[in-house]
Design a binder for this molecule. Sequence first.
Ligand code: ATP
Ligand code: MG
Length: 355
Amino acid sequence: MGKTIAVLPGDGIGPEVTSGAVRVLETLSQKYGHNFSFVKGNIGGSGYEAEGHPLPESTLSICKKSDAILLGAVGGPKYDTLPAHLRPEKGLLAIRKELELFANLRPVTAFDALLDASPLKRERVTDVDFIIVRELTGGLYFGEPSERRGDVAVDTLVYSEQEIERIVDKAFQLAKTRKQKVTSVDKANVLESSKLWREIVEKVAQKYPEVTLEHVLVDAAAMKLITEPASFDVIVTENMFGDILSDEASVLTGSLGMLPSASLREDKLGLYEPAHGSAPDIAGQNKANPLATIMSAALLLRNSFDLHEEASVIERAVTDTLNSGYHTADLSVNGSNAKRVGTQEMVDQVIKHMA
Ligand code: ATP
Ligand code: MG
């Protein structure tokens, strides 16, 4: 199949990790006879340096013409003195908003080879495999008014039925392809917006009788992520709850370098990026862990192209590479077969394990 992927390397380790993921995608493209083409665009600090803006028009236009977007990371101390509207992070916020990417997916998966890197006991994180589906373009972070009035400050938490329905539907669709369970997180005992949320969740659930639904209050969910993380499959929640819970969840499996993410909308276009930042402290040193970006490429194949087998090939290769002892410096792996390698060698190993 002929597909175009926009590649936005960005700043810091972004170029190193995206080039690794592109190598993986190129290998798969050849192996399966797909015809992927890659078009590069600038974003973030490098967008500002090359074209005077963190999200240049040319980049936006490349993205709109593509079938999926692979992004590295943006930001770095180099850009700290830029005026607010030209900061690298603005490029990222702008692209999500411009493309209306309302659903943020964060898979959290425990790898056997990394169980001892978790702050939780091995037994507790074994079998952890869930996805947080966070609403990304509504709620408290966008509601108006949001202002200071003398000695009082106000923020507004607004959701429409339609905004809730589209994100909840995404979550149920996803659950259908997984362990068939949705956990909806809200604060329906207190918040009006959560009462509406729960109502819409109940309504959407009727379309998916094969999926088990549970409602959990956000405070209880925060506890359950620590006490029973393996009990979840798909967690769906509004913007702020999702922001907080996804950071909490990100530490369960032990390394920021292992967490992919997807930002989706109603059609098949999606933006895929590692959950980590630009890591300026290790940029350009062949030290960055490329696996979060490589697994983001797997999410791309699954969600934007419906290439499930190809996505699984990548995911299995990542698991096998780790099981063979290969790891980058951010991963604490002991054992007799442990082999510490750099970014490029790690990519080489994943490609080798795909064969
Ligand atoms: P941002 O604000 O963009 O999220 P941040 O300041 O939160 O950035 P990161 O850039 O993600 O942080 O880096 C946090 C720490 O994790 C740094 O020490 C960085 O080197 C390390 N780190 C992040 N990503 C990776 C990676 N892929 N491989 C190895 N180490 C990483
Ligand atoms: Mg951060």
